[in-house]
Every structure is written in C-alpha cells, then in structure tokens.
Ligand binder design. Structure first.
Ligand code: ADP
Length: 303
C-alpha cells in the first residue's frame, strides 16, 4: 500500500484563492491594499531568499510587501524606532522578521519590539504566551500553523490521537506541540536527549518531524497507521530533503507530506492568512470594530 500524499501545493492554492478574495474585499473597503513589512538584515543568504519569496507570494494575493533593510551594525534603539514607526503606521497590517539575524541581535529581543496586533508570525512574547495557553485567536509561528492546516485540510482526526513531535524549537516543535494539545491530541515531544527515539515514534498516529536532520526517520521507526508531517528543510547533495527518508517510508505509512511541496508552500500561506486576519481586525470599516464603537440601538433608546 502506498501512502496518501498530503499535497502542500494543493492546500496552498486553495488558501491562495480564499485569501485573494478576502484581500480584494479589504482593499475595496479601505481604498488601498493591506501592507506586510518584512524586516531583513542581510542582503545575501537565506534571509534575503525568504524575504523575496514572501514578498512575491504577498503580491500574488494582493498584499503590498514592504521590505525594510536596517543598515549593518544597526543599534537596538535605532531598530526600536524603525519597528515603532511600522507599529504606528495604519497601512501596515503585519510585521515579520526574516531569519537568520546578525549575531549581535537576539531574535526574541527583536520580536518583542513588534506590536502584538501586527505579529503575523507569532514571534512576540504575547503570541508565544497565547499559543501556550491554547488561545484559538493567537497568531502562531507560520510553520506550526501550516502543520495544523494540512491535518485539517485532509480531515485527519487529531482529538484523542497520539501525536509525537520531534524537535522543541521556538518556531516549530514547541508551538506545534501546543496546537496539537489544544486540538486534544496526546502529545509527546522528542529531542536530542530523548533516550529511544524509535520507541516513541513507532507509537505515533501523527508524527511531526521538525529536527532539521535529513534521513532521521527510517521505515523501522514508524507504524502503518501513521500520518507523517515533515517540517525538515535540509539542503543536501541530493537537493532539498526533509527529516524523513521519504522514498523508504512512504510505502508503509497511511499518509505523508513530501519535501519540497509539503509544509513549505502552506507555511507561506498561513503567514499571509494571519496578515489578512490582522488587516481585517485593524480595518476601521470591519463589522467587529464598528460594533465596538456603535452603541446598541436598544441602549440608545433608553438614554
Ligand atoms: P527547527 O527550526 O527546524 O525546529 P532547530 O535546529 O531550531 O530546528 O531545532 C532542532 C530540534 O530538533 C531541537 O529541539 C533538537 O533537540 C531536535 N533534534 C535535532 N536532531 C535530533 C535527533 N537526531 N533526534 C532527536 N531530536 C533531534
């Protein structure tokens, strides 16, 4: 039996259509498209590649990207002023920091400068706390949100299932574990100190690999009913591969995401979905916002 392929590109294109409609509505209501600020510190390397591909995808659904490149050696206070200006700019719906950052800057300190209402990649302490609390309205780190988006798109049951997450990073493993817990899975988090990884992974009904270790998951480490979500993005001599030995594992499990074409394309869309959500919340014309400022008719009559 060959596993069902969980096609990230198909999930992403469905999201693309839905988001394009929501952005068109927003642009019509407020007269201009929402903007997404992407702060990137290096002109070269992965941060630039990420920023450019995010900008392209944003433009594709009608969001205007604004790439902000702070000068080399930027001071903390200068950075705070730049991010503060984006926080106050009503045309900017979302702010995201492209990684990696220069060594002199700590990612959590930079993230803390972002206004929580514009934190569309779930990086601020406020978002981290809300995700840990299980708040369904929280902004979530985009990769973690993509894992849940794929499970939901393929209607894979989560409640009561045994989920095993490999990796405990702030951007993937930890938030994925929180989201699966909130969705009523029984969650085990594995990492480098886990004594017998295979013993844990063999019991997984949902297995999320986020270790950044190519070929980590081999056929003898999974069971036939497993649904595998591979978050690994590893550049090897064989090209881009995940954490799962895809060719060997695919034939023996229930379902699996490929790399590339799995979590990656959905991650871009979940980040843009959160940007659209931020824009909808910030838009003065939004019905939610109007309700807050309008005195209900009944109360008006009484006064
Ligand atoms: P990512 O951003 O993909 O989450 P990180 O490098 O930040 O990657 O984190 C990698 C995580 O994966 C760490 O929590 C680490 O303990 C875990 N990890 C890495 N290699 C292994 C391994 N061979 N077995 C189990 N866990 C691993």
């Amino acid at each position: 039996m060959t596993a069902r392929l969980l096609d990230g590109r198909a999930v992403a294109s469905r999201l693309w259509r839905e988001l394009s409609d929501r952005v068109a509505d927003l642009a019509e209501r407020s007269g201009s498209p929402p903007r997404l600020a992407v702060i990137r510190f290096a002109d070269q390397g992965p941060a630039a590649v990420y920023a450019d591909s995010l900008a392209r995808a944003a433009r594709g659904i009608g969001i205007e990207p604004v790439i902000v490149t702070p000068p080399e050696g930027v001071t903390g206070s200068d950075l705070a002023a730049r991010i503060g200006a984006l926080n106050r700019d009503p045309s900017v719906a979302g702010i995201v920091v492209a990684q990696p950052l220069p060594e002199s800057l700590a990612v959590h300190e930079v993230a803390a400068l972002i206004a929580p209402a514009k934190d569309v990649d779930g990086a601020t302490p406020e978002s981290v706390g809300r995700v840990a609390r299980g708040d369904p309205s929280a902004f979530v780190p985009a990769t973690a949100a993509a894992v849940l988006a794929i499970l939901r798109a393929y209607e894979i049951p989560i409640a009561g299932r045994r989920a095993v997450v490999i990796g405990r990073s702030a951007v993937v493993g930890r938030p994925v574990a929180s989201l699966l817990t909130a969705a009523d899975a029984t969650v085990v988090v594995c990492h480098r100190q886990t004594r017998n990884l295979a013993r844990e992974t063999r019991r997984a009904e949902i297995l999320v690999a986020a270790a950044g270790a190519p070929g980590l998951i081999q056929p003898e480490m999974v069971n036939r009913s497993a649904v595998i979500i591979d978050c690994g993005i590893n550049v090897t001599a064989d090209g881009l591969v995940g954490d799962v030995d895809f060719e060997a594992v695919r034939p023996i499990v229930r379902a699996i995401t490929p790399v590339p074409g799995g979590v990656g394309p959905v991650t871009t869309m979940t980040l843009l979905e959160q940007t659209v959500r931020a824009a909808e919340r910030l838009a003065p014309e939004s019905p939610d916002e109007m309700a807050r400022f309008t005195v209900p008719a009944r109360r008006r009559q009484q006064t």
